[in-house]
Design a protein around this ligand. Structure first.
Ligand code: GLN
Length: 493
C-alpha cells in the first residue's frame, strides 16, 4: 500500500524502528496532495513549508536519540474553525477571510505538544452549518469515492482529506453530526466524544450546548490514539469535564462477549435506503455472532430530535454570530456612512445564505412571544430525547443505528432544498442533543459508496464505544478499502 494510506499506528511502528524518516512520510502526503487536491479540494490553507521544516527538525531529534511523543511526525490537518496562532481561520466564511488568530485552540496546543505535523486548514460548510460542504464561501469539496458526490458536512474537508490520503488524521467539529455523517460518506472513522470530553477553547462556536471536537481517522485504533491526545479537562473551557482520561487503547481488546447492544427501531424508518438498512443490520448480526447480546429497542422521541435541533442550534448560533460585526473580527464593508449601516452592510456582504437563514430563524425563536412557544418547548423535547437514552442505557451498553439515512448524494442535489439537507442528520442529531459519545465506522457499500455504522454509548464511556467499534472493524475488511482516486484506472472522473 502507498505510504500516504498508512494508519497512524503503522507509522508509529515504522518511525520507532527507523524504517522511514518523518520527512519521507510528510513528503508522501504532500505529493499526494499535489496529485489529487485539484479534484478533491479539501484544503483551504496548506502549510507545506512549515510542515517540511517541522519534519526535518523531528528527524534531527530522532537522530540524536531523543524520545518523541506518540503523534510525533504524523502529518494532519484541522477543520478551518479551530484557531492556529498566525494562520488564517475563516470558518469558510467571507466575513472571516482575513482573520488571523493570535492564539492556539487547546486541541492545537495539545497536538503541537505531541509534535504532530500540522499541514493545514480544511474546507467546511460556512460556520459548520450544513451537511455537504457546499455552503463553503470559497469552493466545494468532492467525495474521493466519486467526485460527483458530496463528501458530507459540515466537516467535509476533514473527511475527504483522510479518505483521499491527504492527511493521516484530521480534526472536525460535530454539532449535529458533522463528524459522523461525512465520515460515513467518505468511508473513514469519525468520533464525536462526549460533550465536555475535549476542550473547545479556540473552536469558533456554532451552537455552544452541542459543539464537540473529534477525530477523523482510517481505523478505530487511530481514533483511540487521537482522542487520547486531545481529551481532558481544560481550565480555559468552563464546559470541559474534570474527569480523568482513561487509557483508550487498552480498551481495544477485540472481546465484546456479553456487551448489550440495543437496535433502536425508530432509526429504521420507511424512508431509509434499503441497502443501507441491509448493510447495517448485517453488522448487528455479526456483532451478535461475536458474543454481544443484540436486541431491538424503542426510543420513541427520536423523530422530534431533528425539529427541536433546528430551533436550539439556530437560536444559539444567532447569539454566537452577533460578534461578527465588522468591528472586532474580519471583514468590514467599506464606505458606510454610520455605524448601523456599517454593521448591516458587513453582515449582508460577509455571511452566506444558509448562515443568514439560521440567524433569522434563531432570532425569531428567541424573540418575545415566540420564546416559550418554540425555544422553551424545544428544550423540553431535548430532555425527552435524553430520557430515551437514559432509559435505553439501563438495559444496553451501546445503541446501534445507521449513521445516515443515505449514502453520499450528488453535488447540487439538495442545495436548494434546506429541509432535505437537514434530513441528512436525522440519525446523528440525537447524540448531540443528549451530549453522548458516538462513532461512525465503515460497514459496507451501497451503490458503490461507503455506508457508516453508528454506535452511541453512555456519557464518558468512550471505552465501550471504542471497544465495540474496534471488535466490529477487526472482523471486517471495510476499513481497509481506499478510494481509487489518483490511480490509473481511476473511475471517478
Ligand atoms: N448539518 C447540521 C447543521 O447544519 C449539523 C452541523 C454540524 O454538526 N456542525 O446544523
Amino acid at each position: 500500500m502507498e505510504l500516504y494510506y498508512y494508519t497512524i499506528n503503522e507509522l508509529q511502528n515504522k518511525i520507532r524502528n527507523k524504517e522511514i524518516s518523518i520527512t519521507e512520510i510528510t513528503q508522501s502526503v504532500l505529493d499526494r496532495i499535489s496529485e489529487v487536491e485539484s479534484k478533491v479540494k479539501a484544503y483551504l490553507t496548506l502549510m507545506q513549508d512549515q510542515g517540511l521544516k517541522k519534519a526535518k527538525e523531528l528527524d534531527d531529534q530522532l537522530m540524536n536519540g531523543e524520545d518523541l511523543p506518540a503523534l510525533a511526525g504524523i502529518p494532519m490537518a484541522v477543520k478551518d474553525n479551530m484557531c492556529i496562532e498566525g494562520v488564517k481561520t475563516t470558518c469558510a466564511s467571507k466575513i472571516l477571510d482575513n482573520f488571523i488568530p493570535p492564539y492556539n485552540a487547546t486541541v492545537i496546543e495539545k497536538l503541537a505538544g505531541q509534535k504532530a505535523i500540522l499541514l493545514g486548514k480544511l474546507n467546511m460548510d460556512e460556520y459548520a452549518m450544513g451537511s455537504s460542504t457546499e455552503n463553503s464561501s470559497f469552493f466545494k469539496t468532492a467525495n474521493p469515492w466519486d467526485l460527483t458526490k458530496v463528501p458530507g458536512g459540515s466537516s467535509g474537508g476533514s473527511a475527504a482529506a483522510v479518505s483521499a490520503g491527504e492527511a493521516f488524521f484530521a480534526l472536525g467539529s460535530d454539532t449535529g453530526g458533522s463528524i459522523r455523517q461525512p465520515a460515513s460518506f467518505c468511508g473513514v472513522v469519525g468520533l464525536k466524544p462526549t460533550y465536555g470530553r475535549v476542550s473547545r477553547y479556540g473552536l469558533v462556536a456554532y451552537a455552544s450546548s452541542l459543539d464537540q471536537i473529534g477525530p477523523f481517522t482510517r481505523d478505530v485504533t487511530d481514533a483511540a490514539i487521537v482522542l487520547q491526545a486531545i481529551a481532558g479537562h481544560d481550565s480555559l473551557d468552563s464546559t470541559s469535564a474534570k474527569l480523568p482520561v482513561p487509557d483508550y487503547r487498552s480498551s481495544l481488546t477485540g472481546d465484546i462477549k456479553g456487551i448489550r447492544i440495543g437496535i433502536a427501531r425508530e432509526y429504521f424508518p420507511e424512508e431509509l435506503n434499503p441497502q443501507v438498512k441491509e448493510v447495517v443490520l448485517k453488522a448487528a448480526e455479526q456483532l451478535e455472532s461475536m458474543g454481544a447480546h443484540v436486541e431491538e429497542c424503542s426510543m420513541p422521541h427520536t423523530e422530534h430530535a431533528l425539529t427541536s435541533y433546528y430551533i436550539i442550534a439556530p437560536a444559539e448560533a444567532s447569539a454566537n454570530l452577533a460578534r461578527f460585526d465588522g468591528v472586532r473580527y474580519g471583514y468590514r464593508s467599506p464606505g458606510s456612512k454610520d455605524l448601523m449601516s456599517m454593521y448591516m452592510a458587513t453582515r449582508q456582504e460577509g455571511f452566506g445564505p444558509e448562515v443568514k437563514r439560521r440567524i433569522m430563524l434563531g432570532t425569531y425563536v428567541l424573540s418575545s412571544g415566540y420564546y416559550d412557544a418554540y425555544y422553551l418547548r424545544a428544550l423540553k423535547v431535548r430532555t425527552l430525547v435524553k430520557n430515551d437514552f437514559d432509559a435505553a442505557f439501563k438495559k444496553y451498553d451501546c445503541i446501534l443505528t445507521p449513521t445516515s439515512p443515505t449514502v453520499a448524494f450528488d453535488i447540487g442535489e439538495r442545495i436548494d432544498d434546506p429541509i432535505s439537507m437537514y434530513l441528512a442528520d436525522l440519525f446523528t442529531i440525537p447524540a448531540n442533543m443528549a451530549g453522548l459519545p458516538a462513532i461512525s465506522v465503515p460497514c459496507g457499500f451501497s451503490e458503490g459508496l461507503p455506508v457508516g455504522l453508528q454506535l452511541t454509548c453512555k456519557a464518558f464511556d468512550e471505552e465501550t464505544l471504542l471497544k465495540t467499534a474496534y471488535a466490529y472493524e477487526q472482523n471486517n475488511e471495510w476499513y481497509k478499502q481506499r478510494p481509487s482516486i489518483g490511480k490509473s484506472g481511476d473511475n471517478n472522473v
